[in-house]
Structure formats: C-alpha cells, structure tokens
Design a protein around this ligand. Structure first.
Ligand SMILES: [Zn+2]
Length: 143
C-alpha cells in the first residue's frame, strides 16, 4: 500500500508539471501567434507570410492545450480508480437470489442490511452489527 501511494504521489507531481509546462508552451505559441498577426498590417513586411505564421503558431498553441488537457485527464483517471467497494455493493444488488430484506443473522436472528454483508471471492461474508459475529455464509443458502 505504501509503495502504491508513493507511485500515486509521483503521478500527481507529473500531472502538475505537465499542466505547468503545457500551459506555458501553449501561452508562448499563442502570444507569438497574436504578435505575428498584429504585425502583419505593418508597413514594409510580408503581410501574407506573417499572417499564416501567426495562424500556425496559434494552431500549435491550441494543440498544446489539447494535449495538456488530454494527459491530465488520463493521469486523473489513473489516480482516481473506481472504488472496489462500490462494485461489491452492485454485485450484491444484482444477484437476484439474495434478498437482503429477508436476510437474518444466523447467530442472533437480527435483520442484516447491506453494510453488514460483503462479497469476497464469490462467498458471502456476514459481520453482524448486533452480536458482533463474523462468519461465512454457505453457498446458495435458503433463508
Ligand atoms: Zn447477530
């Protein structure tokens, strides 16, 4: 776990570095692009060439922005994977055989809710909040 979190921290640093560098480069390209177009109207210069150079520079600037956003989203998704717990809850919800409403603790008979039932490697584990007992439920139980 410690290694994993360190790796995540590293990715976070890379993300910030990419955002700063990408933003910096795209701003430079956009700035010079605008400058070229601005100066296209000046006397004694090749207006057409300046104009096209300026448009190309601005275009490159936008590509830089797009790449920066794309990489940031990719890293963000790597940093924030969907929680496994949500998946487990969904699995229990989808299983038609298990009716949590009628599920009761085998030790004390208290009614169990979603939070006290977990699914691990296909087996159902119950941790009863009333009597505090943890046990594994046999496959295909008859409630
Ligand atoms: Zn119990």
């Amino acid at each position: 776990m410690a290694k994993n979190s360190k790796k995540k921290e590293g990715l976070g640093c890379i993300q910030i570095a990419i955002l700063v560098l990408g933003g910096f480069f795209s701003l430079i390209f956009l700035f010079f692009g605008v400058l070229f177009i601005w100066s296209a109207g000046a006397a004694g210069v090749d207006s057409g060439a300046r104009l096209s150079t300026g448009i190309i520079l601005i275009f490159i600037g936008f590509i830089f922005i797009a790449i920066t956003i794309g990489i940031s989203i990719f890293i963000y998704k790597r940093l924030h994977p969907k929680e496994e717990k949500i998946e487990i809850t969904q699995k229990i919800d989808l299983t038609g055989d298990i009716q949590l409403q009628t599920m009761k603790c085998q030790k004390c008979g208290a009614q169990l809710d979603k939070n006290s039932v977990t699914l691990k490697e296909g087996a159902i584990f119950v941790s009863c909040p009333y009597c505090g007992s943890d046990y594994e439920v046999e496959e295909a139980p008859k409630w």
